[in-house]
Design a binder for this molecule. Structure first.
Ligand SMILES: *Cc1c(COP(=O)(O)O)cnc(C)c1O
Length: 378
């Protein structure tokens, strides 16, 4: 059994993928070829955003979004410690300081009440700020839609407006999810997703995209992703990076978009069966009213995680731990000065969580072999 079966998907789309790849080989525009604009239009329509700016990875997308906001040394960016390192890494790469805010136990996403508190506590000098000598200026918030479930954007956007912070939605795992009728990637003024192969919409390498309704941000982002270009690429008006998506990856994503809406439906059905069978016995991520996760992962919270994972492994069922260590306790962020116990909900979850196979082609029979094993172990 596969944890994420990309081969089953390829069987369905291989003609379309081959045609798309051959079209790129025929025209030869490997950098910023016509598939880039075609994909940007398709993705913007899907998300219902005015602009889509594709880029080389989700990490680059997050960094470009922060660069467009002018983030740098002395700035504080509030985010969750229960995420992939990229979310917080790019804050530090730009010389700014991540401020970690604990998560809600039910959704695993940043807790809006604790976010408000953290913004106040930073002003009072009550939070770890690492080796930054000056007082930090609160600048922005990066909520993460963890495992495909959107964070609470009504609450987060309201807090941000009140205190004048920007919100950047890390939708790397949630392309295809919805929140109160709106699509993920469009739930904050800027949203970023990733097309890493294992994400709900993945390419065959690295890729990402940024979404916004703001014309001036979009123009700035298009410049930043090509070395800060002005009128052309040899006119450089700001410091940028090489952050473009490859034309070949755009071509592959265009083929995958044909089946993506159907895959989202399949993911929801599979997750529904897991929830139905397992809730009560285990902790599972809760979808609040009005939220629809795209279920990038299906996670289980169990006190005896190691025992369960070993039993599943014995029977050929792969599992994985997302995430074994919250970011505030990672060595890379030791300099910030956090201690164990500072963010207890994230810490407890990191000790108990693990994920089971989850992809659109997980058939009912395979699922039927996983569920009784878990229940028996419980
Ligand atoms: C995957 C991921 C990223 C980074 O995306 P890449 O395309 O791998 O650079 C950022 N944030 C989160 C939450 C992710 O899961």
């Amino acid at each position: 059994m596969e944890f994420n079966d990309l081969k089953a998907q390829l069987v369905l789309i291989s003609d379309s993928v081959n045609d798309r790849i051959n079209a790129v080989l025929a025209h030869g525009n490997y950098i910023m070829g016509p598939e880039i604009a075609e994909l940007e239009k398709k993705l913007a329509d899907y998300v219902d955003a005015k602009h889509c700016i594709t880029c080389a990875s989700g990490t680059d997308g997050l960094m470009l979004a922060l660069m467009a906001q002018g983030v740098g040394p002395g700035d504080a960016i509030f985010t969750t410690p229960f995420t992939f390192i990229a979310t917080a890494e790019i804050i530090a790469v730009l010389g700014a300081t991540p401020v970690f805010v604990d998560i809600e136990p039910a959704t695993f996403n940043i807790d809006p009440g604790k976010l408000s508190e953290a913004i106040k506590n930073l002003k009072n000098g009550k939070l770890p700020t690492g080796n930054c000598k000056q007082a930090l200026t609160p600048k922005g918030i990066i909520p993460v839609d963890i495992f495909g479930l959107p964070a609470d954007y009504d609450a987060i956007n309201a807090i941000a407006r009140e205190v004048g912070l920007f919100v950047l939605e890390d939708a790397a795992q949630s392309f295809g999810a919805t929140y109160k009728g709106k699509k993920a990637c469009g739930l904050a003024p800027i949203g970023v997703t990733s097309f890493f192969p294992a994400k709900p919409l993945g390419c065959y390498g690295d890729g990402g995209a940024i979404f916004t309704n703001c014309d001036s941000s979009a123009e700035c982002l298009r410049s930043l992703r090509v070395h800060g270009k002005g009128a052309d690429k040899y006119d450089n008006i700001r410091i940028g990076i090489n952050g473009r998506m490859d034309t070949l990856q755009a071509a592959i994503l265009l083929a995958k978009m044909e089946i993506f809406p159907d895959e989202v439906k399949k993911r929801k059905a599979i997750a529904g069966r897991y929830v139905q069978a397992l809730k009560g016995a285990f902790g599972v991520q809760e979808e609040p009213q009005g939220y629809e996760s795209v279920w990038a992962q299906f996670s289980i919270v169990a006190e005896k995680r190691d025992v369960l994972m070993a039993q599943l492994k014995e029977r050929g069922i792969p599992t994985a731990i997302y995430y074994p260590k919250p970011l505030h306790l990672q060595k890379a962020f030791e300099y910030l000065g956090y201690a164990a116990g500072d963010l207890p909900v994230s810490e407890l979850l990191s000790r108990r969580i693990f994920s089971v196979p989850m992809h659109p082609y997980l058939d009912e029979n395979a699922q039927k072999s996983i569920i009784p094993l878990l229940k028996a172990a419980f």
